[in-house]
Structure formats: structure tokens, C-alpha cells
Write a protein that binds this ligand. Structure first.
Ligand code: NAI
Length: 266
């Protein structure tokens, strides 16, 4: 595990911490001295991540959390404060693409069908996890962050929250909501020393994107659209989270950090 002290003494909650970007962020945070609450709905994977962190000398605790459940958020915040006395950092990373698992052969740059074929049920599910989950998480940590003199909320949006594409309007809409929600929350809570920022990854190789990347045609299209010529790694995004979580970013709030290999510069 990487080691440093950029988050020494801080307590961080990481949602979606069982897999991909969330798991890597939890590891990087722990490696930099944070006490990390790893939260997810995938208990087996989540527990394996904290085991890895704790075996390498870090301090991580796993808690089951469905980010759409407001009651569980209250419990988690209470449990975290009881265990560690404070909350300094929240990274809202849990998310779903809404990709149909039956859709094994993906032919467009982004996954998902046409708007006309999108059911209301699917739309609501994507909005609920990606956008409402971010709202509930942010709302839940405000009081303890205020009590400890401030904090940093990092919301994982996407380049899909900045630009449109051919497919998956619900995913785009949910990530656009995360982007502008973060700016409004930043303004409302700046006086409390609570910073709120969004991160906008391009195509990162994780279990979410691997079904698409397994199709060489899609993988090639995505890499060709990325000026730096490769997929992002979970670490590329985790390092952005580390910066925004640390005191190095003390004067940064309401901003959007794009980490996309140059894709949206084009
Ligand atoms: P992933 O699928 O590897 O990880 C997502 C995690 O969220 C999983 O562990 C899953 O169990 C958890 N999760 C899903 N629903 C949940 C719920 N209701 N409550 C709690 N946890 C839940 O995916 P990845 O790629 O690591 O994605 C992380 C975030 O980054 C997501 O918000 C995604 O939309 C975003 N993102 C990913 C990109 C990529 O290319 N992989 C690009 C841009 C954004």
C-alpha cells in the first residue's frame, strides 16, 4: 500500500468502496493516514478491501450502505462518529451505469439504449443511486463536519455530466445533477468550512466499464477519443480524490476536476 501523510488524522467515508474507483480511493486514503469507512452494498468485496488495507497497516472499517437509504446514512454517520469522533471527508463514489447486463455487445461509445426505449423504472433507479445517493450522503455529513470545523465532500460525476453522447440519457442526467448539486452545496456550506467539489472521470477501466471494453470495437473507439491514448486507471481518479480531500485543496470549492486523458478538451 502506498504510504504518505497527506490525510493524517482525518476520518473519511468512501461509498462504492468495494470496487473500482472507490476501492482504490479507500486504499490511497488509508495509505495517507486516513481512518476509512468503506461502504457498499457488496459486503463480500467490501470486506476483502478492508482486510487488504488493515493487513498493510491501514485503518479501515466496512459498513453495508445502500446510498439511497436515508435511514442507513443516519446510522452510518452515528457509527462513524462513535468510532472515530469526527468526519472530515466524504467521497460519494457509489454509482451505476444502468447498462443492461444482457447487452453483451455494446456498439456505441457510451453504454445504453435510446431515450425512447428507456423505462421510467430504469430512469428512476439510475437517478436514485447516482444523484439522490449523492444528495443524501452530503446532507448526512453536514452536521458532524460543521462540528469538527469543516470538511471535504467529493462527488464523483463523470465527463457524462458535462457533455452529452448518443446513449444513456439517464446516466448523463444523473451525472449532470451531481455536477450542479455540488456547486450549490459548495456555496451553501462554504461559511462552515465545508468544501464540495465534483470529479469528472473519462473512461476508466473498472468492473463498470469492462463489459464495454471487452468489445474491441468499443475499446478502440474510446481510446481513439482519448488524446493521452489509454484508459484511465482507478488510481488516476483516486489521486484527484486525495488532492481534494487534503488540506492542499483548502481554497478549492464548487469546482469540477476533469480527469479524462484529454477527451473533453477535444
Ligand atoms: P464499479 O462498478 O467498479 O463500482 C461501483 C460500486 O458502487 C460497486 O462496488 C457497487 O456495488 C457500488 N454500488 C452500486 N449501487 C450502490 C448503492 N445503491 N449503494 C452503495 N453502493 C452501491 O464502478 P466504477 O467504475 O468504480 O465507478 C465508480 C463511480 O465512478 C461511479 O459513480 C461511476 O458512475 C463513476 N464513473 C466511472 C467511470 C468509468 O469509466 N469507470 C467514468 C466516469 C464516472
Amino acid at each position: 500500500m502506498e504510504s504518505g501523510s497527506r490525510l493524517k488524522g482525518k476520518v473519511a467515508i468512501v461509498t462504492g468502496g468495494a470496487s473500482g474507483i472507490g476501492a482504490e480511493t479507500a486504499k490511497v486514503f488509508a495509505g495517507h493516514g486516513a481512518k476509512v469507512m468503506v461502504c457498499d452494498v457488496n459486503d463480500a468485496l467490501g470486506n476483502s478491501i478492508i482486510e487488504e488495507i488493515n493487513t498493510s497497516g491501514g485503518d479501515a472499517t466496512y459498513r453495508t450502505l445502500d446510498v439511497t437509504n436515508e435511514g442507513r446514512w443516519s446510522d452510518l454517520v452515528a457509527e462513524t462518529v462513535e468510532l472515530h469522533d469526527r468526519i472530515d471527508v466524504l467521497t460519494n463514489i457509489a454509482g451505476i451505469s444502468g447498462r443492461d447486463p444482457q447487452q453483451n455487445i455494446q456498439t456505441t461509445l457510451t453504454a445504453g439504449g435510446l431515450l425512447e426505449d428507456q423505462s421510467l423504472e430504469k430512469w428512476n433507479q439510475i437517478m436514485e443511486v447516482n444523484a439522490t445517493g449523492t444528495f443524501l450522503g452530503t446532507k448526512s455529513v453536514l452536521a458532524p463536519m460543521r462540528d469538527s470545523g469543516g470538511g471535504s465532500v467529493i462527488n464523483i460525476s463523470s465527463i457524462c455530466g458535462i457533455i452529452g453522447s448518443f446513449a444513456n440519457t439517464a446516466y448523463h442526467a444523473s451525472k449532470g445533477a451531481v455536477r450542479i448539486f455540488s456547486k450549490s452545496a459548495a456555496i451553501q456550506y462554504a461559511a462552515d468550512g465545508i468544501r464540495v467539489n465534483s470529479i469528472h472521470p473519462g473512461f476508466v477501466d473498472t468492473p463498470m466499464t469492462q463489459p464495454g471494453h471487452a468489445n474491441p470495437e468499443v475499446a478502440q473507439k474510446r481510446i481513439e477519443a482519448t488524446p493521452l491514448g489509454r484508459f484511465g486507471t482507478p488510481r488516476d481518479i483516486a489521486m484527484g480524490c486525495l488532492y481534494l480531500a487534503s488540506d492542499e485543496a483548502a481554497w478549492i470549492t464548487g469546482t469540477e476536476l476533469v480527469i479524462d486523458g484529454g477527451m473533453t478538451a477535444n
